[in-house]
Each structure stands twice: as structure tokens, then as C-alpha cells.
Write a protein that binds this ligand. Structure first.
Ligand code: KIV
Ligand code: ZN
Length: 514
């Protein structure tokens, strides 16, 4: 059995199925570059046959990174051909073909019997193999599929040329033992003497077991794990990459395997995933949560001061977690901000850095201590910046109990200042309505979140909004010590991104026509 476990990261495919999350093309390419730096063996870049946007994303990532890139495809000819076409420029391309196999899915989703599913799988793996040497096959909902049918379909897929057999616990249903036994059985019966064939674990977290099932799979013979950063994914998410990696490394005595990853990149990429998706990392999240290496009780602090190993089983510096508290102040320059932002996982463009620096200086005037968490909030806001045709100039509100709130907002666009007033149910809504009057985009607010970045009365407020325009939903972020200003900035950020997306869609439609 091989002694190296490969990591397939599916943050950009399964992870993008997190409710409310959608990544822009440039964000996907940036994220893929960071995955490449982390050392993952395979990036599942999307589902090329699903939409033009996904196709372009797979193609752009395939052109950019040096590691493996794969695209998902149903057992449908157009999907498989789209995947092959999008992967044309990849250095290590793989087509990932899947079909549901459980009785429930066969009947309720596919309306196909076993024989039909088997034939579709064999036919599709054969076609994929004729277009790409590396083909992965997944039996969706494998853990609720009859065992004899699983043996049959995986054996047939391997015979048709599949190089990786992926065993999805699609709804996180299997117990740890059941999943481990299944992997061991498939290893014995299907992989057999074919050492080149790789068994892969793909676990979901519906019962909170995704990390445990993935690790057990490795112990029982899987040599690829599929996962996402921070466990992003449909419903309760996928198995979190950082937990599997650190589980394997910390308990090498049990798992006895190697990997090709560089854990020093973990903190950075985990923050990037949170920033791009808008899904915050819970403080008590294993490995990458803010509290993962914080010791509150006196007894623990005493132990850690004497010897960190008393209460820490991993070294935070090995995960790239920056050490130290308050970091920057009034006298810090642009260079220091850029360096620190990089340490925290944000690679800012020149334009983003300029805006972040402006904000940072403003904050230094308003707030006594600028902490790491403040810097992160500022960077997150900039990362969501659109090239932004509209910029905040000023706003004024009248609000109180027993009155309708009104807001007057002035925005700059191409050197002009446009001012409009409107009212709303509270000052935040009044501001949003005034912005809508200026941009003339018909937007609906889908969600609004406000959180204090640090403790204390002078804390920065960070607002995250999701705004819909037609079929497109955009995330926007804004930070300020004034929460109405933070709200306006977040809304404006989302609206600018929507305006950009609309423009791109119009251009694409025009190109198609001509
Ligand atoms: O969870 C699942 O079954 C999947 C497959 C498409 C691999 O994501
Ligand atoms: Zn999945």
C-alpha cells in the first residue's frame, strides 16, 4: 500500500455549494494559487458542464496552477466533453465522473434501475478515459447503496479505466466503523493487486463525523481524502482539510502516512476561505479557530508557561498562526501593513493596499490600539472591493423612535458627486434605499450581519451583507467604528460588485450576438 495520502481540495466545487456562497472568477483563481502553494495534489476547480461561469473557472485554474486540476461531470456526454475541453491546458488534468447509486437516489432522482446506472457509469468512464488519462469515478450516496452493487459498479469502473475510486458518504450517514469497514472491503475486493488504483474518501459532516470518517478511511486503506477549507460545503459541510491534515500529522503513530502539504500555509488559506465565502470561522473551530491555542484557565496558563505541550498538541507556528498581540500603530507605514496583511493571509493588490492603508490610518485616529483582528477586518473589506464605480462620499441620517428614518447619501462616480435622500424602516434601510436611488439597480437585501471585531467601546463594527439582483447574489463587507457607515460601505461594496457582474453579463451577451 502507498504510504502517501493525496489531498483533493473541493472548496471551489463542493465548498461553493455552501448556502449563499458564490465565488467570482478572479477569487477562484486566487484561491487555487493558494491551494497550489499549500501543496494539495488535486484541485477540484468546478463543474465545467454546469454553466459557462464554471467552465471558464476550470479553464482559468487549469492554465494557472502546476498541481492537478479536475472537473466534476455527470454521466452525461456533454458534461464529460465540457470537462475535457476546460482541462485542456492543465498540467495534470483529471475528469471526475459521478452517478448516484443508492436505491433512494436511483428511484427518486434518476428513475433508473441498477443495470442502467451500471451501464451509464461504464459508458461514461470509458468516454472520459478516451479524453483524459486520469479518471475518477464516484458512486454518489455510496454509503446507502447495496454492498454487492457497490462492488459491481466500482469493479466495472476500474475495468473501464478509472484511476481513482471515490466513495462518497454524501449525507454524512455512515458511522466511523461502517465507513472504515467499507473502505477495507473495497480495498480487498476491488483494488486487490492493482496498486495503481487509489481509493478516495469523500465525507460530509451531517452528524459531525466527517473528520473522523476520513481519518478512519486512511487507516483502512484510502490514499486520497477529499475535503474543503474550514469544512465549507452543502448543509453541515464537507470534511475540513485542516483537521484531516493535522489529525494525520499529529497522530502519525496511528496513521503512519505521509502527505505533500505545507501546513505553514494553513492559517493564511483558512482566513482567505473565510474572507471570500463570508462564512466566519467559529472561535472554537479545531486547528484554525481563534481560540484553538488560547488558554483561559489559570491552571492551563501555568502549565503552558512551564511547557506548551501540557495543553497544546500542535505548534501554532507550524500552522502559520502569527504570534503576538497588538502589532501596528500610528507610525506604521504601508510596507508594514502589507507585510502584516501577508502574514495574515491577504495578498493585496497595489490598489487594495492603498485603500486598506487609508482605512488603517483613519482607524489609528479613531482607536487607541489597532489589533491583528482589526487589520484582518480591513483586509477582508478590501478583498471584497470591486473596481467600484461608486464610492462613498458622505451620508447623513435622521432617525429616532416614533419617526420614519431618513437618509441622505452622497456617492462619487467618475468624478461626479450624486446625492439622493430616501426613507426606510430604520437608518440602515434608509441608507440602502438612498444608495438604490443613485445606482438605479433593483436590489434585494438577503442577509445582514453585524459583529464587533474586537472588544471595547471603540471596537470596529464589521457588516456583511448579501444582496440579490435578479439571479445574481453578491457578498459585501464594510468596516467602521460607526455601524451605519459600516452598513453603507458593505451595501455599496455588494452593489458595486453586482454592477460589475451585470456589465460582464451584458458584454458576454453582446459578444454572443455578434
Ligand atoms: O457528496 C457527494 O456525493 C459528491 C459527489 C459528487 C462526489 O460531492
Ligand atoms: Zn460532496
Amino acid at each position: 500500500m502507498l504510504d502517501t495520502v493525496q489531498f483533493l481540495d473541493t472548496t471551489l466545487r463542493d465548498g461553493e455549494q455552501t448556502p449563499g456562497v458564490s465565488f467570482q472568477l478572479v477569487e477562484k483563481v486566487d484561491f487555487a494559487r493558494t491551494l497550489d502553494a499549500l501543496g494539495v495534489d488535486m484541485i477540484e476547480a468546478g463543474f465545467a458542464g454546469a454553466s459557462q461561469g464554471d467552465f471558464e473557472a476550470v479553464r482559468a485554474i487549469a492554465k494557472t496552477v502546476s498541481t492537478g486540476v479536475c472537473s466534476l461531470a455527470r454521466c452525461v456526454e456533454t458534461d464529460i466533453r465540457a470537462a475535457a475541453e476546460a482541462l485542456k491546458d492543465a498540467k495534470k488534468p483529471r475528469i471526475h465522473v459521478f452517478i448516484a447509486t443508492s436505491p433512494l437516489h436511483r428511484q427518486a432522482k434518476l428513475n433508473m434501475n441498477r443495470e442502467q446506472v451500471l451501464q451509464a457509469a461504464v459508458h461514461s468512464v470509458t468516454l472520459a478515459k478516451s479524453l483524459c488519462a486520469d479518471v475518477q469515478f464516484s458512486a454518489e450516496d455510496a454509503t446507502r447503496t447495496e454492498l454487492d452493487f457497490l462492488y459491481e459498479i466500482y469493479t466495472a469502473a476500474a475495468k473501464a479505466g478509472a484511476t481513482v475510486l471515490n466513495i462518497p458518504d454524501t449525507v454524512g450517514y455512515a458511522t466511523v466503523k461502517e465507513y472504515g469497514d467499507l473502505i477495507a472491503d473495497l480495498y480487498a475486493r476491488v483494488v486487490g493487486q492493482r496498486e495503481d488504483l487509489i481509493l478516495s474518501a469523500h465525507c460530509h459532516n451531517d452528524l459531525g463525523l466527517a473528520t473522523a470518517t476520513s481519518l478512519e478511511a486512511v487507516r483502512r486503506g484510502a490514499r486520497q481524502v477529499e475535503c474543503t477549507l474550514n469544512g465549507l460545503g452543502e448543509r453541515a459541510g464537507n470534511a475540513p482539510l485542516e483537521e484531516i491534515l493535522m489529525g494525520l500529522r499529529t497522530r502519525k503513530d496511528v496513521y503512519g502516512v505521509r502527505d505533500n502539504l505545507h501546513p505553514k500555509e494553513l492559517y493564511r488559506i483558512s482566513r482567505l476561505a473565510a474572507g471570500l465565502s463570508g462564512v466566519e470561522i467559529p472561535p472554537n473551530k479545531a486547528v484554525v479557530g481563534a481560540n484553538a491555542f488560547v488558554h483561559q484557565s489559570g491552571i492551563h496558563q501555568h502549565g503552558v508557561l512551564n511547557n506548551r505541550a501540557t495543553y497544546e498538541i500542535m505548534k501554532p507556528e507550524e500552522l502559520g498562526i502569527p504570534q503576538g498581540g497588538v502589532v501596528l500603530g500610528k507610525l506604521s507605514g504601508r510596507h508594514a501593513l502589507r507585510e502584516h496583511a501577508m502574514e495574515l493571509g491577504f495578498e493585496l493588490t497595489e490598489h487594495e493596499l492603498n485603500r486598506a492603508f487609508e482605512k488603517f490610518k483613519e482607524l489609528c485616529d479613531r482607536k487607541k490600539d489597532v489589533t491583528e483582528r482589526d487589520v484582518m477586518a480591513i483586509c477582508r473589506e478590501q478583498m471584497h472591493g470591486a473596481t467600484g464605480s461608486y464610492r462613498m462620499n458622505s451620508f447623513q441620517i435622521f432617525s429616532g423612535n416614533h419617526m420614519t428614518s431618513t437618509a441622505t447619501v452622497s456617492l462619487q462616480k467618475d468624478g461626479d458627486v450624486i446625492t439622493r435622500a430616501d426613507c426606510g424602516d430604520g437608518p440602515v434601510e434608509a441608507c440602502f434605499h438612498a444608495v438604490d436611488q443613485i445606482t438605479k439597480l433593483k436590489c434585494a437585501l438577503e442577509s445582514y450581519q453585524l459583529r464587533a471585531v474586537t472588544e471595547g467601546e471603540d471596537a470596529l463594527g464589521e457588516v456583511t451583507v448579501r444582496v440579490r439582483h435578479g439571479e445574481t447574489v453578491m457578498l459585501g463587507k464594510g468596516v467602521s467604528t460607526d455601524i451605519i457607515e459600516a452598513s453603507c460601505l458593505a451595501y455599496l461594496n455588494a452593489v458595486n460588485r453586482l454592477a460589475e457582474a451585470c456589465q460582464e453579463q451584458d458584454e458576454a451577451a453582446n459578444n454572443e450576438r455578434t
